[in-house]
Design a protein around this ligand. Structure first.
Ligand code: HSE
Length: 404
C-alpha cells in the first residue's frame, strides 16, 4: 500500500526510518508493504534516504489515487487542518502526531473521516510512544471512565527531573531537552502547559464523550517553579510534577486542569522521570490502570504513527468507529469551583497565617529565613482558599502549587 509523509522533521523523519527499518516485520503482519511514495516538505534534504520521494507540492499527494495513507507530522493547524480535511474528503486515511490539530478540530475531522469512510487516527498525539488512545477506546470500552490524569509532556518532566535530581538550572535543562529533540519548535508550548492542555483535551474528549477544547481548560505551566519549592518538596517526601488532569464529577461536569502539582513520592506518578510519560486511567470496572513509556522523541513517536498506519491498512475498506460528541460550553466546571489543597510559600507572620488558615500543616526547611512561612492547606474550594489567602494582610505569597 502506498503512503505519504507530510512534514519531514523529527517525527516525519522517524516515520520514514521505522517504515524502512522494520519493513519486513510490517509486511509479515500486513501481508503487504507500506511504501512511501511522497514526502512533503518545503526544505531540501540532500543525501537523505528518501530524497527521491520529496515534493513541495501537496497536490501531488492529494491527486494520487494510489496513496491511501498519509502521516501528517507537520504540527500546528495551518496548513495541517486544510490538508487533513481535503485528504479525508478524498477518502484517504490520515494518521497524525499533531495534538494541536486534534485538540482544536478533532470533532470536525473525525466527522469528516466518518462521512468519507476514512480513518483519522492519532495515537502519537498523546503520550508519544505510549499506547493510550487505542487502550482507552478499545480495551477499556466496557468501563465508565472516572478520571484520567498524568505526566503528558516529556520536555517539562525532563526539566523538572533535572532540577530535582541534579539541581540543574531551568534554562540549562531546557537547552538539553531541545538538543535531544524533545521540545516543541516553540518551547513555550511545553513550558507554559499548552502542549499538556491539548493532550488533556484529547484524553478527556475520548474518555467523557464530548469535545473539550483547549480554551475550556485552565492551564498553568512550570515557568514559575522555583528551586526553593523543589527543596521543600524534597524535604517533605514529594515531587513536583506537571499534570494534565480530568475527572467526571457527580454533577455530570468535568473537572479539567493543567497545573504543576505536589505529588507524594509514594505514588506511581512521582516516579515517572526524565522524558517519560505516565498516565493513570480510572474505570469503574477495571479500577486503576497505569500507562508508562517514552512520551517524546523521534522513534517512540514514530512508532505510534506507524502503528496507526498499519491499522489503517488493515481497515482500508472499513472505517474504525472512533470519535466523540460536539463541544458543550458548560461541560467543564469552572476551575475556581474545584476542591484542592495548596502548598503555599510566602513571607510574613506565622500567627496571622494561623488566624486565617487555622490548623494547616506548616513545613520546615533547614536554613530557611525566619519570616518564611510555608504550609499545606486543607482541601477546600479554590475560590475560598484564594479569598482566605488574599485576606492575610501581612503575608506575601511567593509560590502556590496544587497538591494532588
Ligand atoms: N514536546 C512534546 C513533549 C513532544 O515534550 O512531550 C511530544 O508531544
Amino acid at each position: 500500500m502506498k503512503a505519504a509523509i507530510m512534514g519531514y522533521g523529527v517525527v516525519g523523519g522517524g516515520v520514514g526510518e521505522v517504515l524502512i527499518k522494520n519493513a519486513d516485520i510490517i509486511e509479515k503482519k500486513l501481508g503487504e508493504k507500506i511504501e512511501i511514495k511522497y514526502v512533503l516538505d518545503l526544505r531540501d534534504f540532500p543525501g537523505d534516504i528518501l530524497e527521491d520521494k520529496l515534493t513541495k507540492n501537496f497536490e501531488d499527494i492529494l491527486g494520487d489515487d494510489e496513496v491511501k495513507i498519509v502521516c501528517e507530522a507537520m504540527g500546528g493547524t495551518k496548513p495541517a487542518y486544510d490538508f487533513t480535511k481535503r485528504l479525508l474528503e478524498k477518502g484517504k486515511h490520515v494518521v497524525t502526531s499533531n495534538k494541536e490539530l486534534v485538540a482544536t478540530y478533532g470533532y470536525e475531522l473525525l466527522n469528516t473521516a466518518k462521512e468519507h469512510n476514512a480513518n483519522y487516527l492519532f495515537e502519537a498525539a498523546v503520550g508519544g510512544g505510549v499506547p493510550i488512545i487505542r487502550p482507552i477506546w478499545q480495551c477499556l470500552a466496557g468501563n465508565n471512565i472516572k478520571s484520567v490524569y498524568g505526566i503528558l509532556n516529556g520536555t517539562t518532566n525532563f526539566i523538572l527531573t533535572k532540577m530535582y535530581n541534579e539541581d540543574m538550572p531551568f534554562k540549562e535543562a531546557l537547552a538539553l531537552a531541545q538538543k535531544l529533540g524533545y521540545a516543541e519548535k516553540d518551547p513555550t508550548a511545553d513550558i507554559e502547559g499548552a502542549d499538556v492542555c491539548r493532550k488533556t483535551c484529547i484524553l478527556a474528549s475520548l474518555c467523557f464523550g464530548t469535545h473539550i477544547a483547549p480554551e475550556q481548560v485552565a492551564t498553568e505551566g512550570i515557568q514559575n517553579i522555583n528551586i526553593r519549592d523543589v527543596a521543600y518538596a524534597k524535604a517533605n517526601n514529594c515531587e513536583i510534577k506537571l499534570l494534565g488532569y480530568s475527572e467526571k464529577l457527580d454533577n455530570g461536569k468535568i473537572d479539567a486542569i493543567v497545573s504543576p502539582f505536589f505529588v507524594s513520592k509514594a505514588s506511581q506518578i512521582a516516579n515517572v522521570s526524565d522524558v517519560f510519560n505516565g498516565i493513570v486511567v480510572n474505570g469503574d470496572m477495571v479500577d486503576e490502570v497505569f500507562f508508562y513509556g517514552r512520551g517524546a522523541g523521534k522513534l517512540p513517536t514514530a512508532s505510534a504513527c506507524v502503528g496507526d498506519m498499519i491499522d489503517c491498512a488493515m481497515h482500508d475498506e472499513k472505517r474504525k468507529n472512533f470519535g466523540w460528541g460536539e463541544r458543550d460550553k458548560d461541560f467543564v466546571q469552572d476551575c475556581k469551583e474545584r476542591n484542592t489543597a495548596y502548598y503555599v510559600r510566602g513571607e510574613g507572620n506565622i500567627n496571622e497565617v494561623k488566624a486565617v488558615m487555622g490548623d494547616v500543616n506548616f513545613l520546615a526547611l533547614q536554613g530557611a529565613p525566619l519570616n518564611e512561612v510555608v504550609f499545606i492547606t486543607a482541601k477546600e474550594k479554590e475560590k475560598e482558599l484564594d479569598e482566605k489567602l488574599a485576606s492575610i494582610k501581612s503575608y506575601e505569597i511567593k509560590a502556590k502549587i496544587r497538591v494532588l
